[in-house]
Design a protein around this ligand. Structure first.
Ligand code: ADP
Ligand code: MG
Length: 240
């Protein structure tokens, strides 16, 4: 673990801007003649700097909610504002650009490229975002150090344990210093000891980087690490 230099700890909490705000959020999927209300009138506010768990059974709408908040999907109706921007109303292209700059993703299926080392996997995202060579190098090393993988920089995914691979994926999500971190069932494939250490790492990252993090999970392990738990059932918020 490392303490970040002031230049990289860019997202000092601004209490006046909500990280996430949804109003009357609906997402309806059509399956043939049937309509599936994946999200049904969701009103939600999340302050900047919070670590929030979205919980609920499989099919309750967790992934759909994360996708609407991260700009991967567009609501059928309602408002989604992220750091004050009404991204739900934007075109796909505009959302894609915004997402690259503002959002770090961590999925259960890690999506690491097997032929690239840990270092190269992390650096690739910055390369795609057009970050210059020296800044890229610095940010990559810093992200890998933050997740405790410095010694493993040169290793390829198959030479790393499941927990270490998850750390590479976390470093990759962090490298661009996103304000918003989105994790969809990030501990789903991990044993409980590794899951605990990944959750502790998320918590530390949210604090150190002043990031806001939303994590879909049905893992009760997460409860002790988050600031807030939002429960979903059939696309509705059913309590905190
Ligand atoms: P969770 O992540 O909590 O398991 P999802 O958000 O993936 O739930 O799904 C919520 C509901 O929306 C489910 O009934 C699911 O089958 C449906 N759904 C999700 N994505 C699609 C899609 N692309 N097309 C049709 N139905 C979908
Ligand atoms: Mg899901």
């Amino acid at each position: 673990m490392t303490t970040l230099s002031p230049q990289t700890a860019t997202h000092l909490a601004d209490a006046s801007v909500l990280a996430v705000e949804t109003q009357g959020l609906d997402r309806v999927y059509r399956r043939g003649q049937q309509k599936v209300h994946a999200l049904d009138n969701v009103d939600l506010t999340i302050g900047a700097g919070q670590f929030v768990a979205i919980k609920g059974r499989s099919g309750s709408g967790k992934t759909t909610l994360l996708n609407c908040i991260s700009g991967l999907d567009q609501p059928t109706a309602g408002v989604v504002r992220v750091f004050g921007d009404e991204i739900g109303a934007w075109s796909e292209g505009r959302r894609t650009t915004w997402r690259r700059e503002q959002v770090g993703f961590i999925f259960q299926s890690l999506g690491l490229l097997p032929v690239l080392s840990a270092y190269e996997n992390v650096e690739l995202v910055l390369r795609l975002n057009g970050v210059g060579a020296s800044e890229r190098h610095k940010a990559t090393l810093e992200a890998l150090e933050l997740v405790g993988l410095t010694k493993w920089n040169d290793h390829r995914p198959y030479e790393l344990s499941g927990g270490q691979q998850q750390r590479v994926a976390i470093a990759r999500a962090l490298a661009g210093s996103p304000r918003l971190l989105i994790a969809d069932e990030p501990t789903g494939n991990l044993d409980s000891k590794t899951a605990h250490s990944v959750l502790a790492l998320f918590r530390a990252i949210v604090r150190e980087r002043n990031a806001t993090m939303l994590m879909a999970t049905h893992d009760t392990l997460a409860d002790d690490y988050v600031d807030r738990i939002i429960n979903l059932s059939d696309g509705r918020i059913v309590g905190e």
